[in-house]
Design a protein around this ligand. Sequence first.
Ligand SMILES: C[S@@+](CC[C@H](N)C(=O)[O-])C[C@H]1O[C@@H](n2cnc3c(N)ncnc32)[C@H](O)[C@@H]1O
Length: 213
Amino acid sequence: MEKQEIRTFGRRHGKKLSARQTMLIDAILPTIFPNDLPGKTGKILEIGFGAGEHLREIARQNPDKTVIGAEPFMNGVASLLSAITDDTGAIRNEYKNIRIFADDVRDFLRQTDSKFEQIWILHPDPWPKSRHEKRRLLQADFIKMLASHLTKSGEIIIGTDHWEYFEWIQNQVTKTALDAHTPDIQTIHTRYQQKNKAGTTTPKYMIIRASGD
Ligand SMILES: C[S@@+](CC[C@H](N)C(=O)[O-])C[C@H]1O[C@@H](n2cnc3c(N)ncnc32)[C@H](O)[C@@H]1O
C-alpha cells in the first residue's frame, strides 16, 4: 500500500454551509475545475487561498491570465464562490478567469504539467509546535516541486507573519539549488493576516525564481 502523505492543513469543513453555498459547491464548483487549462494563456497559481480575497484581486488584475486556486477548506472555497457569483449563481465577468481545485495542491500538481508565471502562498499554516513541524507545507521537496512548475521567468511568492516559519522556509530553500530574495512588499492583505495570530508587526515576503537568479 502506498504510504499516506502527511496532511499539511487543518479542517476541511467548518461551520455548516448556507443553502446558497451548498448549491454553489454542487453546481458551480465542478464547472470551474482546472482540467482544461489553455496552453498558451499565462497562468497564476495561489495555494491555500483561504477565503480568496487575494485570489480575486489577482484575477481582476490579470484578466488575460488563468488564475487557479487550490484550497481544501470547503468553507473557504464556499466564501470564494459566493464572492465571485451573482444572485443567479453565474460567475461574474471579472472572475471568469478563475479555476478552483478544492483539495490538496500536491494532488493538483501531480496531475498537471502546466507551468505558472507566479505561484503565491500567503500565510501558510505555521504548525508552530515542534511535533507538528513535519506538517509544514514548505519543505525542500515541495519547494522543488513548485519550481518544476514555473515558467522560465516564473516566481514563487511566499508571505508569512510567522517569522520563525519564515526563517525555517529560508533554511529549506538552502537544501535546494534555488535562491530566495526577500523583497519589501506591503500591499497584500488577507483575512488571516488581519488576525495576525503571530503577534508580529509585519509579514515577511520571499521570492524564489525558476532561473535561480
Ligand atoms: C493560515 S491559512 C491562510 C489562508 C489565506 N492565504 C490567508 O492569508 O488568509 C492557510 C491555508 O492553507 C491551506 N492549505 C494547507 N495545506 C494545503 C495544501 N496542501 N494545499 C492547499 N492548501 C493548503 C489551509 O487549508 C488554509 O486555508
